[in-house]
Design a protein around this ligand. Sequence first.
Ligand SMILES: Nc1ncnc2c1ncn2[C@@H]1O[C@H](COP(=O)(O)OP(=O)(O)OP(=O)(O)O)[C@@H](O)[C@H]1O
Ligand SMILES: NCC(=O)N[C@@H]1O[C@H](COP(=O)([O-])[O-])[C@@H](O)[C@H]1O
Ligand SMILES: [Mg+2]
Length: 417
Amino acid sequence: MHFPAPLKSNSVKIMLLGSGELGKEVAIEAQRLGIEVVAVDRYANAPAHQVAHEAHVIDMQNKDEVLDLIRRVNPTYILPEIEAISIDALFEAEKEGFHVIPNAEAVNKTMNRKNIRKFAAEELGLKTSAYRFVSTFEALREAAEAIGYPCVVKPVMSSSGHGQSIARTPEDLEKSWEIAKEARGDASELIVEEFVRFDYEITLLTARNEKETVFCEPIGHEQKDGDYIFSWQPAFMSPEALSKAQTIAKKVTDGLGGRGIFGVELFVKGDEVYFSEVSPRPHDTGMVTLITQSQSEFALHLRAVLGLPLEFTFFTPGASAAYKAKNESVTPIVHVDDKAFSKDSFVRIFGKPESHEGRRMAVLLTMAASETEALAKAKERIGYLDDSAPVTRVVEEHRVESEESCVIKKVFKFIFG
Ligand SMILES: Nc1ncnc2c1ncn2[C@@H]1O[C@H](COP(=O)(O)OP(=O)(O)OP(=O)(O)O)[C@@H](O)[C@H]1O
Ligand SMILES: NCC(=O)N[C@@H]1O[C@H](COP(=O)([O-])[O-])[C@@H](O)[C@H]1O
Ligand SMILES: [Mg+2]
């Protein structure tokens, strides 16, 4: 491939629609290859704005504003980085010949739980939790009765756990209804899901450049309030579960098509693998690849977008811990103890201009001889970043790992290493 210089009439230009911590790392990778970066978000001085050639602040849900900016910037590639973007603008841009990553229809399917669930379960025939869609409280009650308790209630359009709750009894439904309504995005419709008592959950990062598809080592993660707090790589899986996970990821990403990295979220129970959802972009749990791989998920995303080879090396087991702000502040400070900068750990501070309770502001990364050790270090050292907020856990049940599944895991580990 030829790499024209940035800021010229013939530059290769990427436009990030969303400029948070994930976009910031993509922008840095693009800068390393001399690709011109235009970063867009709904607020000023977003993380990727600070490392881009050009920064814009617009209402990303407004079709006209998004389209007008796309036409003015004339990017080679448009990279959606968040879900809350005017999908009509992306469809229109694609019609006008712009290259949306991975493509507008894939963005459309994945931004709405109804579309992706129907696609995965009904079109591709993948195993998922039982589910129903509802838009009235009465229908929510009926769906919960049919699916059984506990069940998980989520707005069809939301991310990072916003608006999500578990109803354990019929009495919880009113609260779940209120939580969902308060969430951002289009909360007019909800999905009610069977609560899957999985042994563990993973993200399988899958990159495709339309010539080849590659998988990263599976990433294990722990969630609090529907948002990730710890991730580690590799996540131990039985060979059968790993093979099923890769088959599902290949089917889903081939079905969505286009170029880029995808975060395929899966629940694993024994050797059964359930498809949960997929992000057509780097995944927050995948920040661990900043320390574990020669090419992080961000570098792989960019390579896939540009149609470059997707070769990389898995360097070392590692883990990540999300640092969440405790307070609201327009002058936020992340206090980091020097010990976080030891030979086997480092920190990435996103530079978000404002904090509010629970907002992810930084990530701590650790490496070790095993993922268990790396995770233990991450859990211990996240305390080196001050006031990391203890948030109450939504999916409390998952903490209780059955003795049986522990024994099975140990046996597999003994046999397969
Ligand atoms: N049906 C379910 N059964 C059991 N646990 C679930 C279920 N749905 C969600 N969870 C738990 O809640 C977490 C968040 O759910 P989900 O990924 O659907 O939300 P999200 O808002 O899209 O989050 P993100 O944007 O961070 O991926 C899951 O990773 C899992 O731990
Ligand atoms: N699970 C999706 C995810 O992690 N997205 C990442 O968080 C940013 C928004 O953060 P903010 O809400 O703090 O502005 C997004 O821009 C993206 O980088
Ligand atoms: Mg998710």
